[in-house]
Design a binder for this molecule. Structure first.
Ligand SMILES: Nc1ncnc2c1ncn2[C@@H]1O[C@H](COP(=O)(O)OP(=O)(O)O)[C@@H](O)[C@H]1O
Ligand SMILES: N[C@@H](CCC(=O)OP(=O)(O)O)C(=O)O
Length: 369
């Protein structure tokens, strides 16, 4: 028996065809696979896409809509259909399932995440499978997850899951999109998500999916940095889901970082909204990313944006590549005055005798990206 928590994310491409509408057999199959995990003692949290894909045909749109209000209308119809299918499918196994709709802004709000966590804990305690989706009808475009890959990573971190299983229509990440390059080779295991990995990951190849492999890599980065290992791949036959959990699934495994980020740093790195940018020289870039040191004013070349002490800023190198995010200790106009100055001159230039924190960004309030 096991009491491990597993987050399973199912993409639209696994639940619907190009013409939309739900594939009831597919829903039944995934419910069967998840039910057998529950029977083996795992607690499963399900993140499912498919609301827009399930709803657009019902409304009469000829293909997956592109406009926000049309997608929202389709999701409104489709989410109910999706839940009806899942609830019926799980009921065949005597399992009760419940709906949890979240938005990106819920994760920016401690109280709401706290409430969501309590609900999730209670559902799991009662043996109910929580079924998550983005609350599409209220999400505004700029703040949307869009695809559910990121949402699944955040749920996995929030629930302190032991694995995140992202199911899609491909058997993992390949050296190129196999739809266009039949010679592409699969990566079986990824220890570090590098630029090279991002470079091979393309967008969605199907008529119903959204994020493609790129958003799955983003999700893998968030989850592994939070301490949750990730599988991205396909589950098509009975027993495939268990095989994925047991490390012989058809897909790619992303290995966990040794030191998982705290919840606060996960928020800082992946959910916060930076209000400014600091451009730093090579020495400061090295200090921040390789030597785990704080950022001092002397290493800052340029300051952009209007922020205050305590706000989140992004730090980029001279080539404008993002190095990470941190909480800044100065207002933007103060930092304009002292950027490039050695620490000994900072208090004089600012006219403040006793500076509480000399660093522009302290290493305890910094996340490398
Ligand atoms: N390097 C790659 N390896 C595998 N698939 C890729 C790659 N680059 C892009 N893709 C595309 O990503 C798609 C899966 O993402 P997506 O359509 O968003 O599915 P889902 O609805 O399951 O989230 C695949 O169908 C494939 O066309
Ligand atoms: N929340 C949306 C997700 C849209 C979507 O296509 O996501 P995905 O299939 O995960 O790339 C829905 O349920 O339709």
């Amino acid at each position: 028996m096991s009491n491990q928590r597993i987050v399973v994310k199912i993409g639209s491409s696994s639940l619907t065809g190009p013409q939309g509408g739900l594939d009831h057999q597919a829903v039944d199959f995934f419910a069967d696979e998840i039910a057998s995990l529950q029977r083996a003692g795992y607690s499963v949290l399900l993140v499912t896409s498919g609301a827009v894909a399930a709803g657009f045909r019902e409304i009469g749109y000829p293909s997956r809509p592109k406009l926000l209000h049309e997608k929202q209308a389709a999701a409104s119809v489709g989410q109910a259909l999706l839940m009806r299918d899942y609830q019926q499918a799980f009921a065949r196994h005597g399992i009760v399932s419940g709906q949890v709709l979240l938005t990106r802004s819920d994760f920016n709000n401690r109280k709401r995440t706290g409430n969501a966590t309590m609900t999730i804990e209670e559902l799991l305690k009662q043996g109910v499978i929580p079924i998550f989706n983005e609350n599409d009808t209220v999400s505004v475009d700029e703040l949307k997850f869009g695809d559910n890959d990121t949402l699944s990573a955040l749920v996995a971190n929030l629930a302190r899951a032991s694995q995140l299983i992202i199911l899609t229509d491909m058997e993992g990440l390949y050296s190129a999109d196999p739809r266009h390059d039949p010679t592409a080779k699969r990566y079986d295991r990824i220890d570090e998500i590098t630029d090279e990995i991002y470079a091979v990951a393309g967008g969605s190849g199907s008529a119903v999916g959204t994020g493609g492999m790129r958003s799955k890599i983003d999700a893998a980065k968030i989850a592994t940095r939070g301490g949750v290992p990730v599988f991205v791949g396909r589950v098509r036959e009975v027993g495939d889901l268990k095989a994925a959990i047991d490390h012989h699934g058809k897909g790619t495994y992303f290995v966990t970082h040794v030191s998982a980020l705290s919840i606060k740093k996960q928020w800082l790195g992946f959910l916060s909204t930076p209000l400014g940018t600091l451009i730093v020289d090579d020495g400061a870039a090295q200090a921040l990313t390789r030597e785990y040191r704080s950022l001092l004013p002397v290493g800052i070349k340029q300051v952009e944006g209007q922020f205050h002490a305590g706000d989140v800023i992004e730090v980029v190198n001279l080539q404008r590549e993002v190095l990470g995010r941190g909480i800044v200790n100065y207002d933007h106009d103060q930092l304009q005055l002292i950027c490039g100055l050695p620490s000994s001159e900072v208090s004089k230039r600012l006219g403040i005798e006793d500076i509480h924190r000399l660093e522009a960004v302290h290493r305890d309030e910094w996340v490398s990206l």
